[in-house]
Design a protein. Structure first.
Length: 270
């Protein structure tokens, strides 16, 4: 099967073009795990390397400094594109971010689409699985999936049906990237099945090499619990994978251009 790799080209801007452009404000959820802030910081360093001269900042919804209102206050009189480090549509994207933007009228604000679904996310998921020990076509001389291979896509979970639809779409894309391996979405909260239930269900169906792909941007309680439920391969969170940095810039550029991904709203605050 021929596999198509997606490559956004966010690095085509010169440093001169980046100067004077709206700031890219990456909006992270926040976590009590100290690794989370370190991971996001490394990711934003990659973004700065790809787009020299662009003002790249961080704001958290909760738990960690700087909180998003503080970051926006520092940009008073300027402009920013808020790029959520969130993997699908849900409450934070639909409610929290517009509210934060509205509460900062001194900043001209665009809200970018969430990171997922997108082929670059799939590339990052695939890369993390390979790093953890996944090999394509194990036990299959033709290079296709082994009969006992399956993957659980472990996500945070949301009560929003559009968020669940986004996760299911990512699971389908990852299955295609893996050459037809079954990929089952599972959740740490607010939705079913849970990761342990999904693992047990796959095992009951005869799958004996079950990996857990971590559909989280950084380490935290949910990511740790998902990894602990893996019977074998447990991939690391997406973190500072190069495809993630390219995707942040891709969403930033889309928002500036007014391009709306299919099924994903582009929100704006004057």
């Amino acid at each position: 099967m021929q596999r198509t790799r997606y490559s956004a080209r966010p690095t085509g801007h010169t440093p001169e073009e980046a100067h004077g452009a709206p700031a890219l404000v990456a909006v992270a959820h926040g976590s009590r795990d100290p690794q989370a802030v370190r991971t996001v910081t490394r990711l934003l360093d990659r973004v700065r390397e790809m787009r020299p001269g662009l003002d790249v900042r961080l704001g958290h919804i909760e738990l960690n400094a700087p909180l998003l209102p503080q970051t926006l206050a520092e940009l008073s009189g300027g402009s920013a594109v808020l790029v959520p480090l969130l993997l699908g549509r849900g409450y934070h994207v639909k409610q929290d971010l517009p509210a934060f933007a509205a509460a900062a009228p001194a900043v001209r604000t665009l809200l970018a689409a969430p990171l997922g679904p997108h082929p670059l996310l799939v590339e990052a998921l695939y890369g993390r699985l390979v790093e953890a020990g996944w090999t394509d076509g194990r036990g299959n001389a033709q290079g296709g999936p082994g009969r006992g291979d399956a993957v659980v896509l472990a996500a945070a979970g949301s009560r929003d049906p559009e968020s669940a639809a986004d996760t299911r779409r990512t699971a389908r894309l990852l299955g295609e990237r893996l050459g037809g391996v079954p990929v089952v979405p599972a959740y740490a909260s607010a939705a079913t099945p849970t990761v342990p239930v999904a693992v047990r269900a796959l095992a009951a169906r005869g799958y004996h090499r079950i990996a857990v792909a971590s559909y989280f941007t950084a380490h935290g309680r949910f990511a740790t619990a998902a990894a602990d439920a893996a019977p074998g391969i447990a991939a690391a969170p997406l973190g500072d994978h190069p495809a993630m940095a390219r995707l942040l810039l891709h969403r930033y550029d889309q928002a500036r251009a007014g391009a709306v991904p299919a099924g994903e709203p582009l929100l704006a605050s004057a």
